[in-house]
Write a protein that binds this ligand. Structure first.
Ligand code: PLP
Length: 391
């Protein structure tokens, strides 16, 4: 039975649909529309489309369905809706379920665009948002109200790599009937245990580890069939955030190798953390898989490895950080993550530039903080690259 498969088997086989040609590799159905055998067939499909009956690619498409079923089976969720980007997933999940008068509690340490949606967009439509320090359970408890409709957080915050205790936060949120929405990008589908921990809705930017090779944008919302088909799908199919069939095919093929890639990246990230933690030009290494991380015990309990991203604080302020970045040869200066190529980012001047220095200080984003998304290169070569840039 497909449900009994282990995750590496699911990542390769779940959701596959074969056409009459019996193709081995999944087909790209690069079509917006579908032909009906008769006017009556068109009418009945518009009344209620059956399984594997399609109408228009903004609603769904066979290649997109394959991706949705494969990622849902990997995550252990009932269903999934694929979106044009990670942000289409975040904004879509929130806007599909919220209305004026609702209250949301969110952690403050968020990806810049997520913060924009929660801080700028939702209040314009009459949704009140309270921000908390995601690691402080008492702040979550104090912020929750009987009218709280949803809570939102990134399970591992970018770029400070603080971990949210999803089990405890979910218990508190569920006590007031709030939906728990988790942006799980940094945990990755490989190390996620979010459904068992109590998350109701799980979101990935597929642009990151699911593609894993820096090619295409995509996102996905995972949840119960009732939430995905009853709440998310009507909103997404009429507002236009659907994933393209070509991108769905890229993501589908990405899932086939995600387990091997992300495990290798996490092993290299731990190797780097171990080798760099006592370096004289590094003030601090932040990696959830390393024993020096303040929440290492929580990381060990809730995810299998520490993820593919580590952050370091170098000495010498912003100048020191820029000198380090400019001296890297293998690692590229960019802002994506989860790529096969190692990527170094200076969050203070790029991804989190929009914030004030005070807000950055509050989040722990110092001028010397550098985020490293560990790629698939030889671990020793990446270490040598980092060491020579530090020298
Ligand atoms: C990248 C990212 C997003 C947005 O994804 P896109 O595919 O770029 O739209 C959302 N949340 C987190 C944590 C991310 O890292």
């Amino acid at each position: 039975m497909a449900e009994d498969w282990n995750s590496r088997t699911k990542a390769v086989h779940s959701g596959t649909r074969r056409s009459q040609y019996g193709e081995m590799s999944e087909a790209i159905f690069l079509t917006q529309g579908f032909v009906y055998e008769s006017a009556e067939a068109a009418e009945s499909r518009f009344i209620a489309a059956g399984p594997d009956e399609y109408i228009y690619a903004r609603y769904s498409n066979p290649t997109v369905t394959m991706f949705e079923e494969r990622i849902a089976s990997l995550e252990g969720s009932e269903d999934a809706f694929a979106t044009a980007s990670g942000m289409a997933a975040v904004s879509g999940a929130l806007l599909a379920m919220l209305q004026a008068g609702d209250h949301v509690v969110s952690s403050r340490a968020l990806f810049g665009s997520c913060l924009y949606v929660l801080e700028e967009v939702l209040p314009r439509f009459g949704v009140e948002v309270t921000f908390v320090d995601g690691t402080a359970l008492d702040q979550w408890q104090n912020a929750l109200r009987p009218t709280t409709k949803a809570i939102f957080c990134e399970s591992i915050a970018n770029p400070t790599l603080e971990i949210i205790d999803i089990v405890s936060v979910s218990k508190m949120a569920h006590a007031v009937g709030a939906t728990v929405i988790i942006d799980n990008v940094f945990v990755t589908p490989v190390f996620s245990d979010a459904v068992r921990q109590g998350a109701d809705v799980i979101i990935y930017s597929a642009t990151k580890h699911i593609d894993g090779q820096g090619r295409a944008l995509g996102g996905v919302i995972l949840g119960t069939s009732e939430f995905i088909r009853g709440t998310v799908e009507p909103f997404m199919k009429h507002t236009g955030g659907a994933m393209s069939p070509f991108n769905a095919w890229v993501m589908l093929k990405g899932l086939e190798t995600i387990n091997l890639r992300v495990n290798a990246q996490a092993d290299t990230a731990l190797f780097l953390a171990n080798r760099l933690c006592n370096h004289e030009r590094i003030r601090r290494v932040i990696y959830p898989g390393h024993q020096s991380h303040p929440q290492h015990a929580l990381a060990k309990k809730t995810m299998m490895k520490g993820g593919s991203v580590l952050s370091i604080e170098v000495t010498g302020g912003k100048e020191g950080a820029f000198r380090f970045l400019n001296d890297l040869k293998i690692a590229k200066i960019s802002n994506n993550l989860g790529d096969a190529k190692t990527i170094a980012t200076h969050p203070g001047t790029t991804t989190h530039q929009r914030l004030t220095q005070e807000q950055r200080d509050h989040l722990g984003i110092s001028p010397e903080l550098i985020r490293i998304s560990v790629g698939l290169e030889d671990p020793q070569d990446i270490l040598d690259d980092v060491l020579s840039a530090l020298a």
